[in-house]
Design a protein around this ligand. Structure first.
Ligand SMILES: Cc1ncc(COP(=O)(O)O)c(C=O)c1O
Length: 450
């Protein structure tokens, strides 16, 4: 087997894949019966733990009725109901849902739809895309063209469509006396300059609202999203919110973009939302793009080519849609967002010792995502790999991004589990840094800051 996102030479020698025999709740179990806490929700997809009883029951029921039927020329209940329920969550503003299977395919769809919309409305010149420094939108060629993570992109760069790049609003860039909102304001000013220069040529800007996850959980102030919405309105540019990683409650609201408007003010919405990962609870591949009536209507007409002729064989798979409906049921029945707030407080408290730890910086949290960066001299060579292996020894499945350690657990924490998770994370950090080659020669540790 050729594993994804893996240098196989390394997998054959230093980091063999963890063989997982079964899973229940947040726990993965290997063939020897050892348990590992799934601290990154299996690549950010799992919301309610593995083998959740209610999602399992829904899938068993769906399996006997209709596992799959093609969605061109046919329709089915779970796809219709899911579209209706998601639309309702936006008050009907994003009232049209186009299905696909993986996250990257949703990004392709949003880009193509935006371009095609401008063509259908006689504005053919609007065909350029804008993306954000360090952004990540998937690995297919279109998605990679608006992605800025060198390790994924560089080898294929000659193949890629050219997109404009604007600065990241990452709050870690704040200078002396600058706040996260100040960084957001700087980033917005840069977008304004580009929008003015390329007026009439831009189709869309694509962003990951609130957290650029693959960039190493880079978080920004919601004012950035507000600023983007205003600029997109002013210059007639589509706003694509890639909520593949940050949607479904991960940042504290069901859609991350809901935090764009200040509390008490009318909601702001992007023109497209891409969802995947958590929407089907970590069970089955499902992605979708939600958009406005104005976009949908522009594709109507007698001419076939005016329509959106995009498809994937498993588009809107009935089992996957049914899993997603069970996920939405969980949100409705269990007051998930409120419970997550309480659980998040418990984990934040348990991680508090890291604040005074001179080995780490930029401790940050939004919703159900926690991250900190290990300072360069402490991290040493192959930090992510060493931390990951030490994590396994401490009963954790955890995969840092570069020097960034993050926790993105399933929504099944309680106070005891939060304390356990924090304690194991700290122990893994200690074990990893104890083994950092030459660390004591490389630097003198700074005294802890209060
Ligand atoms: C923000 C974002 N967009 C798109 C993708 C791509 O999704 P997939 O891996 O399902 O193609 C990811 C995956 O990590 C992501 O985080």
């Amino acid at each position: 087997m050729w594993h994804p996102c893996t240098q196989m030479q390394r997998a054959r020698t230093a980091v063999p894949p963890l063989p997982v025999a079964r899973a229940k709740g947040p726990w993965l179990e290997d063939y020897e019966g050892r348990r590992y806490f799934d601290a990154n929700s299996s690549w950010w997809v799992n919301l309610f733990g593995h083998a959740d009883a209610r999602i399992n029951a829904a899938l068993h029921d769906q399996l006997d009725r209709l596992p799959h039927v093609m969605l061109a020329g046919c329709t089915h209940g779970p796809a219709v109901e899911l579209a209706e329920r998601l639309s309702a969550l936006t008050g009907g503003v994003l009232g049209h849902v186009f299905y696909a299977s993986d996250g990257a395919s949703a990004v392709e769809i949003a880009l193509k739809m935006s371009f095609h919309y401008w063509r259908n409305t006689g504005q053919d010149a609007k065909r350029e895309f804008v993306c954000v420094r360090h952004g990540y939108h998937g690995e297919t060629l279109g998605a990679l063209a608006v992605t800025d993570v060198a390790v994924f992109r560089d080898a294929y760069d000659p193949l890629l469509m050219r997109a404009h790049m604007v600065m990241s609003p990452d709050a870690r860039q704040a200078g002396e006396g600058e706040s996260a909102a100040d960084v957001a304001a700087r980033a917005i000013a840069e977008v304004r300059t580009l929008f003015s220069q390329r007026q009439g040529h831009l189709a869309a800007i694509i962003v990951e609202p609130l957290v650029q996850c693959a960039a190493g959980m880079a978080m920004h102030d919601p004012a950035y999203l507000r600023g983007l919405r205003a600029l997109c309105d002013e210059f007639g540019v589509h706003l694509i919110a890639d909520e593949i990683a940050v949607g479904c409650g991960r940042t504290g609201s069901f859609f991350a973009f809901e935090q764009a408007a200040p509390p008490g003010e009318p909601p702001l919405w992007p023109d497209f939302v891409c969802l995947s990962k958590g929407i089907s609870g970590g069970y089955l591949p499902l992605s979708l793009v939600m958009t406005r009536d104005a976009v949908y209507s522009a594709f109507l007409g007698d001419d076939v080519a005016r329509g959106f002729l995009h498809s994937h064989s498993y588009t809107g798979n009935a089992l996957a849609c049914r899993a997603a409906l069970a996920v939405l049921d969980r949100f409705a029945e269990d007051d998930v967002l409120e419970r997550n707030r309480a659980d998040a407080r418990a984990l934040t408290t348990a991680l508090a010792p890291l604040h005074g730890d001179a080995r780490v910086e930029h401790m940050r949290q939004r919703g159900m995502i926690w991250a900190f960066d290990v300072r360069e001299p402490f991290a040493g060579e192959r930090f992510a790999e060493r931390f990951h292996l030490a994590g396994r020894e401490h009963g954790l499945l955890i995969r840092p991004i570069g020097r960034t350690v993050y926790l993105l657990p399933p929504y099944v924490l309680d106070e005891g589990l939060a304390q356990w998770l924090a304690q194991r994370t700290l122990a893994t950090l200690d074990a990893t840094l104890r083994r950092t080659p030459d660390i004591h020669a490389a630097c003198t540790p700074e005294p802890p800051v209060a």
